[in-house]
Design a protein around this ligand. Sequence first.
Ligand code: SF4
Length: 259
Amino acid sequence: MSAPTASAAVREVIGDLEAALKHAITHQPRSLQQRLGPSEIGSECDRQLGYRLAGVPRVNPYLPWLAYIGTAMHAQLAGDLSGRVLPNGARVLVEQKVGVGRIGNDDIDGTSDIYIGAADGRTGIVFDWKLVGKTPLQYYRVHGPGPRYRVQVHTYGYGFRRRGLPVTDVGIGFLPRSQEFVHRHWWYEPYDEQIALNAIKRADAIATAITTAGPALLPLLRTAEAECAYCPWFRPGSRDLTRSCPGAGALLTSLSALI
Ligand code: SF4
């Protein structure tokens, strides 16, 4: 057998590299996480939450490259900021695991990106990082973070309160993925425990309903088109809604055809 040509050998190496990379992208701890987390309970789509809580396998072959980049950026930020004491004496805690209570039969926890505790112990700020492209960054600058991100950061705040730490404000640092740092945007607001409690209560209600009714409930759950683009259960044209979903828009179209 003749030796492969130089270009064939390079192509073979590239193929092996890509396979290794794709395996790494799809096997990040966050991708493999079994239990629902604070980053998910704020989904606007009840059915998406339902698939997650029912343990329905993901069907969307989407390779989460952007999430992989975000994970790498989070690791860099955590390394650069861990243990810092700010000029006003506030201490920076990174990658803190916080428990937020039970949803269904599971204890739910998540990992907060960054907590800033004032030196006098009276105030605390929870921040989350979001690495975003130019268009979404401009959207968040104008419209705010939207329900999912807002619920997420308030839920982390709730987790810190359960640990006995002060939480007075929550925020998100939107960092540009394709622009210079000057374009970053900070969103923040006072901490509101009720936002977290409402989200946990809603997810628990969906979990309880699914435990009672089984997957047959999934087609009946409320949908939201805003979540479809990256939904793990999105499958165009799907007819078996207990396994996958054609998207909120597609469903509305099919329903309107019946009226
Ligand atoms: S595809 Fe869209 S409507 Fe369907 S479950 Fe996912 S987010 Fe909800």
